[in-house]
Design a protein around this ligand. Structure first.
Ligand code: ADP
Length: 495
């Protein structure tokens, strides 16, 4: 076992070239690896195992072997073990936060440490739900006893992205494990180390094979994992395109999938809103601290026309006051973009926006001046004015620090604009008019609607999108029951 280390560079090195299969860290069958860089400097910090179908076979076989005994463990005892995982992870928050900042470029104070804490909390939350894996009795006929029971699905594959790797992995594996499944996770190419450290730590508590983790690229490792005959469920968070590929592969095997995909979340600011509250909500909602790399980013801010100027001025002032720089420095508010490829995508949209007639790009904050970060993947957050629904920036997910303020003249127009999107993940409305707030909650086409606040995903509250934002929910008791068990109906003739 790797000793706890607070030097993330040392930890990344120690985890290099490894995956976690059947209770042990091991290199991939092929021996191949690929470099992982720190986005703030582009210095190589280690190598990820380039897993492929051979590693998938080993990991799924281990999960399959472990599953019957895990499923037979009393549900509350499984829950207790998962809750203990939460305690252990809480004791390692600092190290996980540093490692996450190193590999993703997210600022430690505003992002990574918060994420590592929520990771632990998700395990604690689901750990308490073992006793909730209940069925029902059904009064179908006086001569029959009919009941339902919740049974695990088997081996679950979880494919995760790089933006919030610890949390998004936890939302999948904690409920899957409590429900009696065993799991194989495929980490994202850009962020392999933090989740691998979690997998390694949890071997102190979980039986071997219950939780396995492989790394590698999407088609090479994720593809064979989804297609594996013994994988009976896939849960995925990532892009719409990959979600479609995974959904097709799962359909071929007729297995269930949960998909948490993109978003283009609207934020409606009515003229009667508390301006300070709404502006603060735009800062957190847009995830400026994470360079907007969030599927719920408030990337379409719809503001009632008389308020627009004051809103823009106040929002710019707030983002200007945020410090962009070293992700591992406590003073930093905003870190980097994850990868050169993602930075290229962000720049492409900035170019489209700037070239739009009548558009204005309001740049905020300031680039870091430290020469150590000359190669870093930093970009100034931008608030666009003068774009409308015909813009690609209004319709497509950017996954970067780019938002827009779009004026509207009536409440109905705001709702119509908000719903003019293929996505439907999250939405907010900011108003002091109770009727409007309640009406909007009904009419907004999104899976997660908030009024006068912009909380991030919370364990206990079902989270997931409609339209192309996904299928199914995560984070709640219902999510565990609906997505990680199947319901068996038992009919017994009693007389
Ligand atoms: P992004 O473009 O931001 O990397 P993706 O949806 O491509 O988003 O990636 C999310 C996760 O899906 C990553 O772990 C990635 O490796 C994986 N992935 C990508 N393509 C495939 C695929 N064809 N099959 C299975 N997993 C894939």
């Amino acid at each position: 076992m790797i000793q706890p280390v607070l030097d993330p560079y040392a930890l990344a090195k120690a985890l290099s070239g490894l995956q976690l299969i059947d209770g042990a860290l091991r290199p991939p069958a092929s021996g191949r690896t690929f470099d992982v860089a720190h986005p703030a400097t582009l210095a190589v910090i280690g190598q990820a195992a380039d897993g492929d179908a051979a590693d998938v076979d080993l990991a799924v076989a281990a999960a399959r072997r472990a599953q019957p005994a895990w499923a037979k463990t009393r549900a509350r005892d499984r829950g207790k073990l998962v809750a203990r995982c939460g305690e252990l992870l809480m004791a390692h928050v600092e190290e996980l936060a540093r490692l996450t900042s190193l590999e993703t470029g997210k600022a430690i104070r505003t992002e990574s440490r918060v994420e590592a804490g929520v990771l632990a909390d998700v395990f604690t939350f689901f750990g308490g739900l073992g006793s909730e894996l209940k069925g029902e009795t059904i009064p179908f006929h006086p001569d029959q006893l009919i009941f339902t029971q919740r049974e695990p699905i088997g081996v679950v594959a979880a494919i995760i992205p790089w933006n919030v790797p610890l949390l998004l992995m936890a939302l999948k594996i904690a409920p899957a494990l409590v429900a009696g499944n065993t799991v194989v996770v495929k980490s994202a190419e850009e962020a392999p180390f933090g989740v691998l450290r979690v997998a390694e730590l949890l071997q102190q508590i979980l039986p071997p094979g219950v939780f396995n983790l492989i790394s590698g690229d999407g088609p090479g490792a994720g593809g064979p994992l989804v297609a594996h005959k013994d994988v009976k469920k896939v849960t995925f968070t990532g892009s719409v395109e990959t979600g479609r590929i995974i959904s097709r592969a799962a359909a071929e095997k007729l297995i269930p999938v949960t998909l948490e995909l993109g978003g283009k979340s609207p934020m409606i600011v009515m003229g009667d809103a508390d301006l300070d509250l709404a502006v603060a909500g735009a800062v957190t909602g847009m995830r400026f601290t994470r360079q907007g790399q969030s599927c719920t980013a408030a990337s379409r801010i719809l503001v009632e026309r008389p308020l627009v100027e004051r809103f823009v001025t106040a929002l710019k002032a707030k983002v200007d006051a945020m410090v962009m720089g070293d992700p591992l420095d406590e003073r930093t508010d905003i870190g980097t973009i994850i990868s050169p490829r993602q930075l290229g995508t962000v720049r492409k949209y900035l170019t489209i926006g700037r070239a739009t007639p009548g558009a204005e790009a309001v740049e905020c904050s300031a680039m870091p001046t430290d020469p150590r970060f000359a190669e870093g993947l930093f970009v100034r957050p931008v608030i666009f004015l003068g774009l409308d629904r015909s813009s690609a920036l209004f319709q497509e997910e950017i996954f970067g620090p780019v938002t827009m303020i779009v004026p509207f003249d009536s409440y109905d127009e705001a709702i119509e604009l908000a719903n003019d999107s293929d996505f439907g993940l999250a939405a907010t409305i900011w108003t002091t008019n109770l009727h409007r707030a309640l009406d909007a909650a009904q009419r907004l086409e999104a899976g997660f609607v908030q009024v006068n606040q912009n909380l991030v995903v919370q364990p206990q509250l079902s989270y997931g999108g409609v339209k192309t934002s996904g299928l199914g929910k995560e984070a709640s008791l219902e999510a565990m029951l609906e997505h990680f068990t199947h319901k068996k109906t038992v009919l017994i003739r009693v007389r």
